[in-house]
Design a protein around this ligand. Sequence first.
Ligand code: NAI
Ligand code: MG
Length: 355
Amino acid sequence: MKHIAVLNGDGIGPEIVAQAVKVLDKLIEQGLQVSYEYAKLGGEAYDAYGSPYPNETQEIVRKADAVLLGAVGSPQYDNLDRPLRPERGLLAIRKDLNLFANLRPAILYKELANASTLKPEVVAGLDILIVRELTGDIYFGEPRGIITNDKGEREGFNTMRYSESEIRRIAKVSFESAQKRNKKLCSVDKANVLETTELWRQIFNEVAKDYPDVELSHMYVDNCAMQLVKNPKQFDVVATGNIFGDILSDQASMLTGSIGMLPSASLDENGKGLYEPSHGSAPDIAGQNKANPLATILSLAMMLRYSLNDEVRAKQVEQAVQKVLEQGYRTADIYEDGTTLVGCADMGDKVVQAL
Ligand code: NAI
Ligand code: MG
C-alpha cells in the first residue's frame, strides 16, 4: 500500500488541502489503495517545532511515496531570520528529497478562456506541460561570486554546468511524460551559443532512441518564448534546463491567466514526488473560504499519474474538475457573469459529487 504525506502549510494551505483530501477520501472509498498522514511545513512547522522543516516532518516525508502540499509563507513570519522563514522549508524539502524534475502544466479549460489576456482562439483548450530541471544549471554551478578583476573593477560570474547524468535523467522524465500525453517533446536550449546546452541537445538525441514513439524537436529558447505567445497550442511537452525553465514556466502559466487552476509536481529519480499548486499561500484571502482549491485537486491528479501509477483515476479527477466548470461553478478568482459563485469548501464538494 502506498503512503502519502499531507502538508497543509500556511495561509490558504489548510483550506485548499482539505478539499484535495476530500477527493482523496472519495477515491479511497472507491477502492484506491493508499494511506496518508499529516506533517507540518513552513510557518505551521516553525510554530510547532521552531523550524520550517523539522526532523518530525523529515521522517514522515522521507518514508512517504508522495507528498501533497498546500503552500507556505505568511507576513507574520517576515521578521524571522532567513533560515527560519517558511519559504526555507520548501527549499529544504526539495533538496532533501532530491526533486530534480519540476513538471508544470499550463492548462486552460475552454470554460475559462476569457481569463487569459491572450485572444481566446489562441489559448482556449491549451494543454501543455513544461518540464524544468530543478537542481542544476547556472543557479548551482561553481565557481560563482563577485570579485575584483585585473582592471580593478568588480566582476560578477556564475557558471552554467550540466553533467551527462543530470541531463539524461531529466530527458527520461521528459520523454516518459510525453509518452503519457500526446507524444510530442520539444527540447529547448541555446545550443548555438552555449556549450552546456549543446551537450543537452546531444543527450536528448541519444535518449530519443529509447523512445521511438515520441517525436522529438529542438528549439532555441528565444524562439520558444515567441512561439509560446504566438501559437502555444503547437506544444505538448517542453523540456528545459533550470534557468530557461524558470522563465518559460512562469510565462506559460500566465497564458492561462488563472493562478488558482495550475498544479505542479516535483519528482525524484524513483517517481517519488512533491505535489503542490503553482500559487502561493495567498494570505490576503486566507481563512475566508474564498480560495480556489482546483490547483491543489489537480496536483492530486498529478500524484495519481506520476507517483501512484494510476492514470485512470488521474483522468477521473481531471474530468471531475472539467465537469464542475461545465456546470458553471466558480470561485471568486475565476468568476464571470452568468456563472455560479461558490466558496472553497463548496468547490471541493462539487468535485467529490462529480467523481
Ligand atoms: P500568491 O500566489 O500567494 O498570491 C498572488 C495573488 O493570487 C493573491 O492576490 C492571491 O489572493 C491570489 N491567489 C493565489 N492563489 C489563489 C487561489 N488558490 N485562489 C484564489 N486566489 C489565489 O503569491 P504572493 O502573494 O506573492 O505570496 C504570498 C505568500 O506565498 C508569500 O509568503 C510567498 O512567499 C508565498 N509563496 C509560496 C509558494 C509555495 O508555497 N510554493 C509559492 C509562491 C509564493
Ligand atoms: Mg520563477
